[in-house]
Write a protein that binds this ligand. Structure first.
Ligand code: ZN
Length: 335
């Protein structure tokens, strides 16, 4: 998987002065990321132990806990990981975060290091998507082609839905960023029946003129495939898509998130995509192709691996994941 994007067009600062010191920041983040890897190596986190998983894991077929339909197989259509699709259990109660009071952006004008900064958090999928196959399967224009409005997302073998995971991490992340003064907006907060579609998810970040946007996911890959990866937008220019101005800043954002994620969670970068870097560049995701603001996807782990699933279903681990993502965002926004 190529992750050295064609940097034929240096990213142009768009609005925020914080974009200017990108070169300096890039050097800093590389150091930071290396520190992260070093810390990881020192801690000696688990890697490549999928064989044991396969032997020990009870490979029961996914059981839709609430009558969800069978998988629509989106993972197969997105070979590099990306938005998974299997069953959704629609258990909004699993979102343990108490922070469900604000349906709209967090209160602005809060003091703190991120005062004045806007962050859009995109909790991948929607717990209700499986109830609306017709709506979420309809195709939308992603610039480079057409793609489903949205997918149901994957789940653990025990039925913990990716959509519940993404919303929970989004709430935790919102809390962390709001405390630092950022204005945070979610693309969905369990407050709509399905979706939004991927084009709208991108549009929400654009219209908010977000300084950073992050889409939260967990993957649906094979057992034994472990670890997190951050998906960066590749350079595309087609139709409504023109990612060239955001490729550089998004790489900066994603690299910082990867470094902080390692340190906060102790998880290793993916052992199945990204060549051990935890970074993957893609040009087939509408949520990235249509973004005009720095944006990345974070695939926090593989729900289909029993050892990763044990992490993803832990509230304490999800808090660490949110802290890692937050740390990367804060680092990016503060330059
Ligand atoms: Zn997903």
């Amino acid at each position: 998987m190529s992750y050295t994007g064609p940097d034929f067009d240096p990213p142009r600062p768009r609005r925020s002065p914080l974009r200017r010191p990108l070169t300096v920041a890039l050097a800093a983040l590389v150091a930071g990321a290396l520190l992260g890897w070093g810390v990881y190596a020192a801690v000696g986190g688990p890697r490549d132990e999928g064989g044991a998983d396969r032997a020990a894991g009870a490979r029961t077929p996914p059981v839709p806990a609430s009558g969800a339909p069978a998988a629509s197989g989106d993972d197969a259509r997105e070979p590099a990981g990306g938005s998974g699709s299997a069953t959704a259990t629609a258990t909004p109660a699993a979102t343990a975060s108490p922070d469900r009071r604000a349906p709209s952006p967090s209160a602005p004008a809060v003091s703190g290091p991120l005062a004045g900064k806007v962050v859009v958090i995109d909790p991948g999928h929607n717990p209700g998507n499986f109830r609306y196959p017709g709506r979420i399967n309809r195709e939308v224009d992603i610039g480079t082609g057409r793609k489903e409005c949205d997918t149901t997302g994957t789940s653990t073998d025990a039925g913990y839905a990716e959509a519940a995971f993404t919303l929970d991490v989004a709430h935790r992340l919102r809390d962390l960023l709001t405390r630092q003064g950022a204005t945070v907006r979610l693309t969905q907060d369990g407050d709509r029946a399905y979706g939004p579609c991927v084009d709208e998810r991108a549009r929400i970040g654009n219209e908010a003129e977000a300084d950073a946007a992050v889409s939260i996911h967990a993957d649906g890959s094979g057992a034994g495939n472990r670890g997190f990866h951050v998906i960066l937008p590749g350079a595309v220019r087609a139709g409504a898509a023109d990612t060239r101005p955001i490729v550089g800043p998004s790489r900066d954002l994603g690299t910082r998130i990867a470094g902080h994620f390692v340190r906060a969670t102790g998880s290793a970068p993916s052992n199945y995509v990204g060549g051990g870097t935890g970074l993957v560049t893609r040009t087939d995701l509408g949520g990235l192709n249509l973004s005009r603001v720095p944006k990345v996807f974070v695939e926090c782990g593989n729900m289909r691996d029993s050892r990763d699933a044990a992490l993803l279903t832990s509230g304490a681990w999800r808090q660490k994941a949110a802290q890692g993502i937050s740390g990367g965002i804060v680092s990016f926004l503060r330059g």
